[in-house]
Design a protein around this ligand. Structure first.
Ligand code: DAH
Length: 339
């Protein structure tokens, strides 16, 4: 019995020493100390040992077991340390390598211009609203006093989804949508994307942006329109900016006007920027046509209003002195990063 134990011990030590992984060590433990292990089977054979020898043999078995367990534990610790060290070595970070830079994007000139326009009108108590880019012909034309066959419809040719639905040619349908909700008074601006079937050139694009404005209340007059837009122009282009209202025609406003601002480049003397005239056109406007108010459920005897609409790209091009609209759509970060 003693020899058998001695043999198990020696064999265990050899196996432990030659083990090269934690898994092998575990296999050794199971093979010797496990339920069906060699040492366990010795214990099971105790019934064949003479009763007076049993305490001694028992003690011997326990000693052997304890020793193997101790050595196993030591080997395991050593192995774990080795594994950890190897992992650390493999994961070493080379702090001298060049880093990957996170490049932060930049706001688009259109966005900067829009935020400026919004800031000015919010300061005057306006609300910012939005309408759909895919719009009913009814809102884009009919409710704005542009019935089928009206010449204004030719000037704003667009993309038709079907006979009733178009890509909106202007943000003006937002006027009708807001008026129809029936909440008065109204003071809103509506920025957004619009579409026309135009060829691309330095000043045209089939998709561009407008900002619409609408005020409806009791006793609103053309003086309110003038005062508001004069203030807006001064805020946007500087305090010395002069404003000129030229008579014009829009189907949904009466009277209507186009607004020019004095050239902020030459102060009105005439330069390349304003093509020698000293003035730059920035928007269209007018008093909301009584028939439009009526079609949108507002009594024109009680309420009046004014509206205006401007091209956002035009504002951005002017403000940042960009001479080709196409630059705004190419998204070249070297260009965009300048504003
Ligand atoms: N929607 C017009 C256009 O695209 C611009 C415009 C003119 C808007 C007069 C208005 C307005 O609200 O009153 O040409």
């Amino acid at each position: 019995m003693k020899e058998k134990l001695q043999k198990i011990r020696e064999q265990a030590m050899k196996q432990i020493q030659s083990a090269e992984s934690l898994n092998t060590l575990n296999d050794v433990r199971v093979a010797i100390l496990g339920k069906k292990g060699e040492l366990t089977s010795v214990l099971k054979g105790m019934k064949d040992v003479a009763p007076e020898d049993r305490p001694k043999v028992g003690q011997l078995v326990n000693e052997t077991r304890e020793e193997i367990e101790r050595v196993l534990e030591q080997a395991k610790k050593k192995m774990e340390a080795l594994v950890r060290e190897e992992k650390l070595k493999a994961e070493v970070i080379d702090v001298t390598l060049p880093s990957k830079k996170n490049r932060v994007g930049h706001r688009h000139p259109n966005t900067i211009a829009l935020e400026e326009v919004e800031r000015i009108f919010i300061g005057m108590g306006y609300e910012v609203v939005e309408g759909p880019e895919i719009e009913y012909d009814l809102y884009n034309f009919e409710k704005l006093n542009i019935p089928d066959g009206h010449p204004a419809k030719d000037e704003q040719d667009t993309f038709y989804i079907n006979k009733e639905i178009v890509l909106r040619t202007q943000t003006s349908p937002c006027q009708a949508r807001v008026m129809e909700q029936g909440k008065l008074p109204i003071r809103m601006i509506a920025p957004g994307r619009v579409f026309r079937s135009d060829e691309v050139d330095a000043t045209h694009s089939p998709s561009f942006h407008q900002v619409e404005g609408l005020v409806v209340d009791k006793n609103i007059t053309f003086a309110d329109l003038k005062g508001t837009l004069e203030e807006f122009a001064k805020e946007l282009f500087g305090p010395d900016t002069k404003t000129k209202f030229r008579p014009h025609h829009f189907p949904f406003t009466e009277p209507s006007a186009e607004v020019d601002v004095s050239c902020f480049k030459c102060g009105g003397k005439g330069c390349r920027f304003c093509k020698g005239s000293g003035w730059i056109e920035i928007l269209g406007c007018g008093m909301v046509h009584p028939h439009v108010l009526e079609m949108c459920g507002i009594d024109p005897e009680q309420y009046t209003g004014f509206a205006f609409g401007m091209g956002l790209e035009r504002i951005a091009l002017l403000k940042y002195e960009i001479d080709d609209m196409r630059l705004l759509y190419e998204n070249d970060i070297r260009f965009l990063g300048q504003f």
